[in-house]
Design a protein around this ligand. Structure first.
Ligand SMILES: Cc1cc2nc3c(=O)[nH]c(=O)nc-3n(C[C@H](O)[C@H](O)[C@H](O)COP(=O)(O)O)c2cc1C
Length: 223
């Protein structure tokens, strides 16, 4: 009887796990850090962007997550030129020739995981974000990530899907929850800035917190 029970658990146990759990079950948790650093990357670089406000709202929602320290990474401030490294980032940081690449590489390497905050531009994510991603390779590799999109159409879900497809090349561990924040014209003032994100984005708070919980789980398996 005991033998049959063990056999049942051996076969049924792994099959009954969800995708994320199955992924985790295949890996041993490594020693947990006391604090994990998470970069919240603002994908838009428009001078009048709302991306900063969206990211700031995300930042405020996640403050109570234990053991996580969040930093806003504003690509507008980074002002990276259009990709101009002569080599392939896949070949490692030693091949970087430009100071801006080395600095950007250090910044991204310093985080254990990321929250990408992306708008939707013409049914995709902005070129500024693709450019910043393409500069690096090892710095992104295998790390956990959340993608949060915003837009007038489906909360920018198309941008999020495309971004996920690109980031999959780094074997990032994505939260299955991908918050997609729906914008509406009445959320913006005459300067096209958000009037009241804390009220208007309330419906998305739970999704953001669920995604962060998933990120925390993935961080435990970061080597
Ligand atoms: C170049 C461009 C293309 C856009 N394309 C879309 C789109 O395809 N779908 C959508 O819902 N909104 C679109 N928008 C509206 C943006 O979602 C909205 O302007 C948002 O504020 C952009 O984010 P940002 O202010 O952080 O740059 C577009 C905006 C720009 C500037």
């Amino acid at each position: 009887m005991r033998f049959i029970l063990s056999l049942f658990l051996m076969i049924w146990g792994p099959l009954s796990l969800s995708g994320q759990e199955a992924h985790l079950a295949n890996t041993n948790p490594v020693k947990e850090k006391s604090t994990y650093k998470i970069g919240i990357i603002i994908g838009s670089t428009r001078p009048n962007k709302i991306g900063g406000q969206v990211a700031e709202w995300v930042f405020q929602q996640v403050q109570e997550a234990p053991n996580l320290q969040f930093t806003l990474v504003d690509l507008e401030k980074w002002n990276l030129p259009l990709f101009n490294e002569p080599g392939m980032p896949l070949n490692g940081p030693k091949t970087y020739v430009h100071a801006h690449t080395k600095k950007w590489g250090h910044e991204i390497a310093s985080y254990d995981g990321y929250i990408f905050v992306t708008p939707q531009y013409n049914c995709g994510y902005p070129a500024s974000l693709k450019n910043a991603i393409d500069y690096l390779y090892a710095e992104w590799k295998d790390k956990p990530a959340i993608i949060i999109s915003y837009g007038f159409q489906d909360g920018g879900a198309k941008a999020a899907m495309q971004l996920k497809q690109v980031l999959e090349s780094f074997k990032m561990k994505f939260s299955s929850t991908m918050p997609a924040i729906g914008l509406a014209p009445q959320m913006l003032n005459e300067k096209k800035k958000l009037k009241n994100a804390s009220e208007d984005f309330k419906p998305y708070r739970e999704a953001v917190l669920n995604a962060v919980n998933e990120l925390v789980e993935s961080l435990k398996y970061l080597s």
